[in-house]
Write a protein that binds this ligand. Sequence first.
Ligand SMILES: [Ca+2]
Ligand SMILES: [Ca+2]
Ligand SMILES: [Ca+2]
Length: 367
Amino acid sequence: MKQFLIPALLSLSLVTSCQKKENSDSTSAGNETDTSAQTVATIGDPKLLYTLAAQYNTPDGLAIGPDSSIYLSVPNLANNTYPGVIVKFAADSVQLFTTLPPQPDTKHAAPMDLAFGPDGNLYYAENQYENSKDYKSRLMRITMQNGKPGKIEPVVVNFGLANAVVWKGNTIYLTDSQWDMPDNDKGSAVFHFKLDELNKGTVSLKPKTMDPHVLATFTTTVNETGVDNGADGLDYDSKGNFYTGSFGDGTLYKLTLKPDGTLASKETVKVSTPISCVDGLIVDRRTDKLYVCNSRTNAIQVVDPNGTVSTLVQNPDTDGKDGRVDQPAEVLLKGNRLYITDFDKPEKHFVNKKADQIHTMSYIDLK
Ligand SMILES: [Ca+2]
Ligand SMILES: [Ca+2]
Ligand SMILES: [Ca+2]
């Protein structure tokens, strides 16, 4: 799950960040703002899982397959001269699962989060936002045949920045971190689609509208990072409540649904300490604790059901070679082991300073 710098907005954001700094001396949400200057603690003891080859330079989404093996998407956004692919965890490293069809206009594949559906097929969000701002992102389906990849095709097209996916029953939920509206260029959204509809043919969204597949919308408050990407990570708890968070401003949202699947409520989660940036997140449905990747502060933070925030893992800027996290993007819990992707493609004011030449996956065992 990840986001992108918007080159056209860079110079503009430099200007607005100066203005914001002058004005934001004591706002509560601003106390983590200057992560580039602040000393970052070293917390927890994450281990190195894999060192990845150069052709897997930007690991992102994680999913557990029906056979219990773990699938990893690699969009290669830090160096997309290597094609985006999906790999599987193997004994000492990862093995290629499948190459992916490039989007016809951008000529790139860019797999982000992925999840197996109730039909046994593997679905992935494709994020074309770095390649094109013109709604080229897609939801893709890999038809599985005896554990091997078969046909790969788009099932939904015309997203802005398709990012996280999660299946619950026969419905897939997806975040679009750049779903703008005519009167809101800081928009994002959660979408939902039923499997039945996806099986009837490719769904074409209508950009900049309240498309009927929109479940909820959000507005990013752009801070000094200049990033306006909104809803990013997505998961649900044991009661069926959904959680997402904003990459750009760190706001965490809870969505409740009516029995018919429409939105009942959207609220901001009241957290004990502000979280500056939400990338991938999962809910441990045994405890309903959220595990949130704070991409900006190089941290994995835990949010208890009562809103208490604690930090499980954090460290200063690193290349990741010793297992320390290098801009965590997504987490996956299997048993008590929390797997962490080290995305390593920073934005302005991030603790991670550069996309280095060492590409890694980390893990930490809980309790
Ligand atoms: Ca936007
Ligand atoms: Ca690295
Ligand atoms: Ca780095």
